[in-house]
Design a protein around this ligand. Structure first.
Ligand code: GLN
Length: 483
């Protein structure tokens, strides 16, 4: 049962091959047995899951037939879930039970999805390796000595280990696509504003976007359908109709123009990953796509710009965790200043503190123009590059990551080395564009992802290309040994 995709589960439930309750119990037992190896969950919500599963079975018995009705999922632990600990992977929120549901959580619950638990993540979604969680590192099911990617490493590891068919995640600079690449999954970061951020604990508000992580593009389409849509509670939510993502999966790729940026194949890219990328290009050419070399001349400035903008926004967002209103409070504060200092010093981990300091510095008087304003100008240049490229091509293709998943601990003493791993993913966030990573082969037994980018609101096109690729390849069907 645990090998089924969301689409297969929907069919099985509709055909009454099993009930949502049976499926939920099977997966909960599997999580209890196998999750100690990967550490993909922070909290399990067994009671809620069984209650939702039973309710889904009743709704199906009454004739309802939605694709997500009875589908087991997990939520990254930064989506507020009413009455459930929502920790953001931090000691700061270890004692925080959300008083309300995030829009994404509420929408998926209304569609009948069953929440099995809250998945592990880098603290406050900062990281590319899922090593900074207060609840311990997450391990990559493909090789337990390697990282699963981050910051949505728990969602990725849970789906890769077949503990869940799909999970929600968020992507500020690659946190859906990079873990998808490292664990052989399909992950989609939607257009900024497509999925509501209400109740999604903020890291960098102008970059954060929620999206689906699953094994196939078909499943990402189903999950995105349940997540996307206008939300008046989120001032950056966009009031655009949500297309039927499953309906365009089988569109022909004949004549589709795919751009491959020449800047993507620089010295930093593992040549074995470059080979996998070229293979995927050939496979798509066979399906009728036309390949064109393009240029994204400002791509090289993306990492420095991102690592000013994201910490700047984080320093502002995280000022609300002050030890007064909610979250961690230090013991016996001497006075108010001591309360602030020690609550934040004890509640936040090293990487979060580093970013708060960098962000505060970049925003301070005298440095604002040199760093933050400059970074915003680079951001516009990066967006312009994409706008120019999309005059000539429909989709942009490249590697998702420069390297396969590294060994746990390998980059612990060098945060900048980890930042550099985000080279291919952060430009989509800076520009607000949708991006998808799909499985495209292996290097030394570790998965490799290929990234597709499209113009605003063209999620359907990304899912279409990935689905057609997956109908003609079998990388995404491979299962890690032991799971
Ligand atoms: N690795 C990037 C960072 O640490 C992206 C994280 C994310 O997308 N949440 O900021």
């Amino acid at each position: 049962m645990h090998q089924m995709t969301l689409a297969e589960i929907a069919r099985g439930l509709a055909d009454k091959k099993f009930s949502a309750e049976e499926l939920t119990r099977t997966l909960l037992a599997r999580i209890a047995q196998l999750d100690p190896q990967v550490n993909s969950f922070i909290s399990l919500t067994e009671e809620l899951a069984l209650q939702q599963a039973k309710a889904a079975d009743v709704r199906r018995a009454n004739g309802e037939n939605g694709a997500l009705l009875g589908a087991p999922i997990g939520h990254k632990d930064l989506f507020c879930t009413q009455g459930v600990r929502t920790s953001c992977g931090s000691k700061m929120l270890d004692n925080f039970k959300a008083p309300y549901d995030a829009t994404v959580v509420a929408k998926l619950a209304a569609a009948g999805a069953v929440t099995l638990g809250k998945t592990n993540m880098d603290e406050f979604a900062m990281g590319s390796a899922n090593e900074s969680s207060y609840y311990g590192k997450v391990k990559n099911p493909w090789n337990l000595e390697h990282v699963p990617g981050g910051s949505s490493g728990g969602s990725a590891a849970a789906v890769a280990a077949r503990l869940l068919p799909a999970a929600t995640a968020t992507d500020t600079g690659g946190s859906i696509r990079q873990p998808a690449a490292f664990t052989n999954l399909t992950g989609l970061k939607p257009t900024y504003g497509r999925v509501s951020r209400w109740g999604m604990i903020a890291y960098a508000s102008s970059l954060d976007q929620g999206g689906p992580l699953a094994r196939t593009a078909e499943d990402c389409a189903l999950l995105l359908q349940g997540m996307a849509g206008f939300d008046p509670q989120d001032s950056t939510s966009i009031d655009e109709p949500v297309p039927d993502y499953s309906a365009s999966l089988n569109d022909s790729l004949q004549g589709l123009r795919i751009g491959v940026p020449k800047e993507y194949f620089s010295a930093g890219l593992d040549p074995r990953i470059a080979e996998r990328v070229h293979d995927s290009v050939k496979a798509l050419e066979k399906l009728g796509a036309v390949i064109k070399e393009i240029s994204l001349p400002n791509n090289q400035h993306a990492i420095p710009a991102y690592y000013v903008i994201a910490p700047a926004e984080a320093s502002s967002n995280l000022s609300r965790f002050d030890g007064v209103r909610f979250g961690y409070r230090c013991e016996n504060p001497a006075d108010l200043t001591d309360l602030y200092k020690r609550s934040r010093g004890e509640g936040f981990g090293a990487e979060v503190q580093r970013r708060i300091m960098v962000g505060t510095y970049a925003l301070s008087a005298g440095y604002y123009d040199a760093y933050y304003l400059k970074a915003q100008k680079i951001r516009r240049l990066i967006k312009n590059d994409f706008m120019n490229a999309f005059k000539e091509v429909d989709v942009i293709l490249g590697p998702t990551t420069p390297n396969p998943a590294w060994k746990i601990g390998a980059k612990n003493n060098d945060p900048v080395a980890e930042y550099l791993e985000d080279f291919y993913t952060i430009t989509a966030n800076l520009a607000g564009l949708p991006g998808l990573s799909m499985p495209a082969g292996f290097v030394d037994g570790l998965p490799v992802g290929v990234q597709l980018l499209a113009p605003y609101f063209q999620e359907g096109r990304l899912l279409n290309v990935a689905h057609q690729y997956q109908l003609n390849t079998d990388w995404h069907t491979r299962t890690p040994q032991g799971f």
